[in-house]
Design a protein around this ligand. Structure first.
Ligand SMILES: Cc1cc2nc3c(=O)[nH]c(=O)nc-3n(C[C@H](O)[C@H](O)[C@H](O)COP(=O)(O)OP(=O)(O)OC[C@H]3O[C@@H](n4cnc5c(N)ncnc54)[C@H](O)[C@@H]3O)c2cc1C
Length: 390
């Protein structure tokens, strides 16, 4: 067990090889991947316990592929719902049908499962491998030298590590203390999220993205007969009511056979930014997940990109600990362009979804024509499933 209160410092003394700051999906996946490679990292999180809410609910095929060797994929699949189809629709009209069930992978679907479950499964695996998360421990400062980094926690104690990973989310203190800029901007609109009980015209094994001049709305199945609704709105309420979600679906969702909202099980809102860290590494500090990139949830890419960062970074850290520090630069030069692609895809989907009414018919025509082309459907399926990042 780590003693954080009394530590004597010398440049050659290390409490841990890798300090992972943040036990969200990125930090947990990194700790599991490092442990499975024989590196025992120290993981800290400022919260007394993990956030127990739904948040990012989409797990892509590629994410399951990289989690499989870590002994995590089967448990996740067991606890999620498999959506074999993804469609883009304008009200009742299907513009683009994408089938995941023909993808060359052991996971030919989008897995729908709440982020709380994903974090729980990762934590259980970390504990199986002998690891743990130290809570509540908040990083408040960080200083580097040639050999390592010294971090100060909120209780005044200090920890010395060879490498520090900032997996501490969008408002990353690690990123800020390492003086890495987070360039980009914010979208004007906000997102409303609601996990609801629905009846009516809602398929159980399909993720649907409805385009509408008022904004887009996503309807996706979750375990337990619940559906996730995500919509772009000018000013989302803090807690969306059933009536509010009903009005969104009535205005943007299926038209002929109505979907009826009976209950909101969980609801939230968030404002979305599109920002990417100027660099993924500064000396002994490396960034991953939301600390390195944030974007619109269109396409459900955020958490998936963070988990892929984590698994790729574990390989780089093993090499860096063995003396090949350039591996950390390769990690950044491989993963940063992926974040740029994710931002661009989410951006394109958002703009396509919300074209002006005058352009709507043209957009629908072009999309319907494109979706006749197998290569177009295949490219979209590969991108949305993350297989393109293999
Ligand atoms: C309400 C909400 C809804 C969302 N919905 C979606 C969605 O529908 N689709 C989607 O793709 N994404 C969604 N997201 C975003 C998604 O949750 C993130 O992309 C994902 O959690 C990123 O994982 P992460 O591990 O990189 O960062 P985080 O999950 O943010 O984890 C960071 C961790 O670091 C800890 N931490 C922060 N600072 C410190 C510090 N100084 N010291 C110690 N610990 C620290 C935090 O407590 C936290 O546990 C949503 C987010 C929110 C908040």
């Amino acid at each position: 067990m780590l003693q954080t209160s009394v530590i004597s410092f010398s440049a050659g003394h290390f409490d841990t090889d890798v300090l992972v700051v943040g036990a969200g999906p990125t930090g947990l996946a990194l700790a599991v991947a490092l442990a499975s490679r024989g590196v025992r990292a120290t993981v800290i999180d400022r919260l007394a316990e993990g956030a127990n809410s739904s948040r990012a609910a989409v797990v892509h095929a590629r994410t399951l592929e990289v989690l499989e060797p870590l002994g995590v994929a089967a448990q996740l699949v067991e606890r999620g719902v498999q959506a074999q189809r993804f469609t883009i629709r304008d009200r009742d009209r299907v513009l683009v049908p994408i089938a995941f069930d023909r993808l060359p992978t052991d996971y030919p679907y989008t897995l729908m499962v709440s982020q709380a479950v994903t974090e729980q499964v990762l934590l259980e695996r970390l504990v199986d491998l002998g690891g743990q998360v130290l809570r509540p421990r908040q990083l408040v400062d960080l200083a580097q030298d040639a050999l390592g980094a010294t971090v100060t926690l909120d209780d005044g104690s200090r920890l010395r590590a060879r490498y520090v990973v900032g997996a501490d989310g969008m408002h990353s203190t690690v990123r800020e203390r390492a003086a890495i800029a987070f360039s980009g901007g914010s979208y004007g609109e906000s997102f409303v999220l609601a996990d609801v009980r629905l009846s009516g015209a809602v398929p159980d094994a399909e993720v649907i993205l409805y385009f509408s001049p008022a904004g887009m709305v996503v309807v996706a199945p979750l375990p337990g007969g619940v559906h996730r609704i995500v919509a772009t709105v000018a000013d989302a309420p803090e807690q969306p009511s059933a009536a509010y979600v009903q009005a969104l679906l009535d205005a943007r969702g299926p038209e002929h056979e109505r979907a009826t909202v009976h209950e909101v099980v969980w609801g939230s809102r968030f404002r979305v930014h599109h920002r990417i860290a100027d660099s993924y590494r500064a000396g002994r500090v490396v960034l991953a997940g939301d600390a390195a990139h944030v974007h619109s949830p269109a396409g459900g890419q955020g958490m998936n990109a963070g988990i892929l960062d984590a698994v790729r970074l574990s390989r780089a850290l093993v090499k860096a600990l063995a003396g090949d520090v350039s591996a950390l630069d390769s990690y950044g030069s491989e993963r940063r362009p992926v974040a740029q692609q994710v931002v661009a895809l989410a951006d394109r989907l958002t703009r396509l979804a919300t074209v002006r009414p005058a352009l709507r018919a043209l957009r629908n025509l072009v999309l319907s024509a494109l979706s006749m082309l197998p290569v177009f459907r295949r490219n979209l399926a590969w991108r949305l499933s993350g297989l393109v990042y293999r």
